[in-house]
Design a protein around this ligand. Structure first.
Ligand SMILES: O=C(O)CCC(=O)C(=O)O
Length: 263
């Protein structure tokens, strides 16, 4: 897929870009990966729906080295090259993949949030793909607050299940503003399987539940540009990367986060 100067401008201005049909050829292979991952969840798998609540909202991440379709996507799909171009990076490292499954009848929303405060990185060249493997409508798609990657302060991360602060001693963050007060532009794209929204780690996003009758599987691959550095946060990050053995300001180690594209 060809990336145009206008795509790059949109990504830099809005912190998000919709790519229609970019990964249609990958949908079947990624669905196979979901079946493998759901049958054998990894050590960080999360169930967001509590006992007595309706539906199921399952997440897992950092399985791309053991789930072949995810590794193939990261190394062989055009995702890393597209990310490199829109981030205007010279080099792209994989950060991790993430899967999100909302079964039919799930009322639990994904709260508004930025991803960067949960991560052990800092930098301006970042890109996360959100690729639905089922058709999504305005009722259950990803919602993205355009331009929020340029807000002057990062938003305080919360635990999705309990709404508690994610870190203790987190004065460096601001509270989430009311993004639904009418003063923000919110992208709510209807998407086909294999379409994608790619967004900056600082871009605020969320999603409603999935109260309809079909599954809502979304695959995410997350990439780092060459300005990204390790950042120690005031507590365990998500994903946690135990044993990473880096100090703030160091480049992300290439044995854990391989370079997957060069300009
Ligand atoms: O799929 C969702 O509900 C939310 C996705 C998300 O927050 C992400 O990919 O960072």
């Amino acid at each position: 897929m060809e990336i145009t100067p206008s795509d790059i401008e949109t990504y830099q201005r809005d912190g998000a870009l919709v790519l229609r049909g970019a990964f249609t050829d990958w949908v079947e292979r990624l669905r196979e990966g979901f079946e493998q991952n759901l049958a054998q969840p990894g050590p960080f798998a999360i169930e967001n729906v509590g006992i007595g609540e309706a539906g199921r909202f399952f997440e897992d991440y950092c399985n791309w080295q053991r789930i072949a379709p995810f590794g193939e996507f990261i190394r062989q799909s055009p995702a890393a090259a597209i990310a490199g171009q829109i981030m205007q990076a010279r080099e792209v490292q994989v950060f991790h993949e993430h899967i999100l499954v909302k079964e039919p009848g799930t009322s639990k929303p994904t709260p508004w949030h930025q991803d960067l405060p949960y991560y052990c990185v800092s930098g301006l060249q970042t890109a996360s793909y959100w690729i639905p493997l089922d058709p999504v409508t305005q009722a259950n798609t990803l919602r993205v607050v355009l331009g929020s990657h340029r807000w002057p302060k990062l938003v305080r991360p919360k635990r999705w299940a309990s709404n508690e602060n994610f870190y203790a001693g987190d004065d460096n963050f601001m509270d989430m503003p009311d993004v639904e007060d009418g003063s923000h532009t919110i992208l709510v794209p209807e998407l086909a399987p294999g379409d994608a929204v790619v967004f900056d780690f600082r871009t605020v996003h969320g999603a409603a539940g999935n109260t309809g009758s079909g599954r809502r599987r979304a695959f995410s691959a997350r990439f780092l540009g060459d300005d990204v550095r390790y950042l120690e946060r005031p507590g365990r990050t998500s994903p946690p990367f135990p044993g990473i053995d880096l100090r703030s300001g160091q480049p992300m180690r290439q044995d854990w986060f391989p370079v997957v594209w060069r300009a």
